[in-house]
Design a protein. Structure first.
Length: 96
């Protein structure tokens, strides 16, 4: 699973039936260590009701569609809202 922040929503005028009623979020992938942006924003289906600016964790590939019962065409899905996290340095220190 990967960390991201919700930065917007995507609205469509036409889409396949299995996307009807689903929210599409624009998310910015983040590094777990320092929450720095990683790569370009992506569109992800929302399986948990995430809101604006929330930190979320998301999955990609086939796992994205499996987050929904009707298996919509999806490359990414938000599957959790992150309240907090800690990254431990295996050399003994900690961050987060």
């Amino acid at each position: 699973m990967r960390l991201a922040r919700v930065i917007g929503r995507v609205f469509c005028t036409r889409q396949v039936d299995t996307l009807d009623g689903k929210t599409m979020l624009l998310i910015q992938p983040l590094a777990w260590e320092d929450e720095a942006p990683r790569g370009d924003p992506i569109v992800a289906l929302d399986a948990v009701g995430a809101g604006a600016s929330e930190k979320v964790y998301w999955v990609a590939a086939r796992e994205a569609a499996v987050a929904f019962r009707d298996l919509p065409p999806a490359d990414a899905a938000v599957v959790g809202i992150v309240e907090g996290h800690q990254v431990r340095d295996f050399r003994g220190g900690s961050k987060g």
